[in-house]
Design a protein around this ligand. Structure first.
Ligand code: ATP
Length: 247
């Protein structure tokens, strides 16, 4: 049987500053419990797609001008990012948004802001540490003095503190050594398999993303130009020629 569709993006158009058309009718679906990769080069529209889903376009002077976005059948275009967090959808932004002057643990705790049950939050923190033992070791370190990989882990861990069912993960490999990228993706896979967290993963690093994802969409210039199961995309000659080895 086919799994339920958690997220359904249907023909969205996004315009920045009233004039710059960046997404030209993007459609994609994310089934429950899967890892879906959103691939494509610099400027293809990956970040814009994630921002549209989590309603973070306004701050960038962008808006969805056509199409619809549904979470489990409910239209979400008008929900605030906080409403989405309450519905289990959390975005991890590109560039590892940790608070530099806070410790790793303080950063993680900021992710629990929508939750009031202290006992549950404490248990959640221990769970994050179980998945990211490096963060436990560094829990009292100021984020500014931790490595790029640790900051990326901290950003993901912070998202997990909201106890999400779905994480929108923007370019987790950015600026990280291949070995650390592998470590981060292995944890993502683990969270997906053991906690059933669904991921929509925007990545320029096509080969790495397709190693961990179930399904991929390739964006070019604001349009989906190809999509399919990860295994098929890995073997596809066009993908090999234009995307593998990139990132
Ligand atoms: P990257 O990997 O660089 O983040 P991307 O695939 O995520 O690339 P976007 O960041 O979504 O691409 O950018 C898509 C296009 O939208 C680019 O041409 C970019 O210059 C433009 N763009 C992004 N943000 C804005 C903004 N706030 N105002 C105007 N144009 C923008």
């Amino acid at each position: 049987s086919s799994p339920d569709i958690v997220l359904n993006v249907n023909g969205i158009e996004v315009i920045y500053n009233h004039v710059i058309l960046v997404l030209k009718g993007v459609s994609l679906q994310v089934p429950e419990g899967r890892i879906v990769a959103l691939l494509g080069g610099n400027g293809a529209g990956k970040t814009t797609t994630l921002r549209a889903i989590s309603n973070l376009l306004k701050g960038e002077r962008g808006e969805v001008t056509k199409g619809s976005i549904e979470l489990r059948g409910e239209r979400i275009e008008n929900l605030s990012p906080a409403d989405l967090v309450r519905r289990g959808v959390v975005q991890v932004m590109e560039g590892r948004h940790c608070f530099a002057h806070l410790t790793i643990e303080e950063n993680l705790m900021t992710g629990a802001y929508t939750r009031s049950d202290r006992g549950e939050v404490a248990a959640n923190l221990e769970k994050v540490y179980a998945y990211f033992p490096r963060l436990k070791t560094r829990r009292t370190s100021q984020a500014a003095y931790t490595s790029g990989g640790e900051q990326q882990m901290c950003a993901i861990g912070r998202a997990l503190m909201a106890n999400p069912s779905m994480v929108l993960l923007d370019e987790p490999s950015m600026g990280l050594a291949p070995q650390i990228v592998d470590e981060v993706f292995a944890i993502v896979k683990d969270l997906n398999e053991k906690e059933r967290v669904t991921f929509l993963l925007a990545e320029q690093n096509t080969s790495m993303a397709l190693r961990y994802a179930d399904y991929g969409y390739i964006l070019e210039n604001g349009r989906v130009v190809m999509d399919g199961p990860a295994e098929g995309l890995r073997e596809n000659e066009d993908v090999k020629e234009f995307y593998l080895g990139m990132g």
